[in-house]
Design a binder for this molecule. Structure first.
Ligand code: GTP
Ligand code: MG
Length: 203
């Protein structure tokens, strides 16, 4: 799919204030610093549409970006960021879970994990949350430029094995990406294009 336009629409902490349009929406979630905002920029081929940072905790709001005038990418705050106060973490958790519970336009969630790390408890818990609430998701491995191809395969196998051991009957669809090397871009955009066609306009 060709990206013809990508525009920032709105940031907020309240799912009720998210855009009202019934067009398909894809959300990016995962640990802080895993590369959610960078992946969005890579997909739309814009350097800083979504704000990125070397320090975790950069994205703090629900950010809607409208793509090709007919679907949304949504950049969310990361979870598992230790350097914030308990109160703030609770607020984060509340508006993020409210978003997932209430956002009817959400057709698929991309759960990002760093390809170099074994599954972390918090990621497996989030997968369980999505599964238990019937929220469709894919796993997106990030930062694959940090490994050579044989290591990528090895890490993938370990990851998938651990996901199965944690109780999943099959492995969710997954993608291997690198925002810096632009790996996985065509695959993700083709996937989105297919889902867009399947769902059409959401009632
Ligand atoms: P929060 O908003 O804090 O939750 O983080 P985030 O998940 O949005 O991460 P962000 O995109 O801001 O990237 C975090 C850091 O990882 C930045 O220093 C990026 O340059 C780096 N990064 C992101 N993607 C990649 C990648 O594919 N390869 C490499 N080598 N670095 C990456
Ligand atoms: Mg971010």
């Amino acid at each position: 799919m060709k990206i013809k336009s990508a525009e920032f629409i709105i940031s907020n902490t309240d799912v009720a204030k998210c855009p009202k349009e019934s067009i398909p929406e894809y959300a990016f979630i995962g640990r802080s610093n895993v590369g959610k905002s960078s992946l969005i920029n890579m997909l739309v081929d814009r350097k800083s549409l979504a704000k990125t940072s070397g320090k975790p905790g950069k994205t703090q709001l629900i950010n809607h970006f409208k793509i090709n005038d007919n679907w949304f990418l949504v950049d969310l705050p990361g979870y598992g960021y230790a350097q914030i106060s308990k109160t703030k973490r609770k607020t984060f958790q509340k508006f993020i879970t409210d978003y997932f519970f209430n956002r009817k336009q959400l057709v698929c969630t991309f759960l990002l994990v760093d390809i170099r790390h074994e599954p972390q408890k918090i990621d497996l818990e989030f997968m369980r949350f999505l599964g238990e609430n019937g929220i469709p998701f894919c796993i997106v491995f990030t930062k694959s430029d940090k490994l050579n191809s044989s290591k990528i395969n090895k890490y993938l196998q370990v990851y998938q094995q651990k996901v199965l051991e944690s109780g999943w009957e099959s492995i969710p669809q997954s993608f291997v990406t690198s925002a810096t090397a632009k790996n996985g871009r065509d695959e993700l955009l083709t996937f989105i294009e297919e889902v867009n066609k399947e769902v059409g306009s959401i009632q």
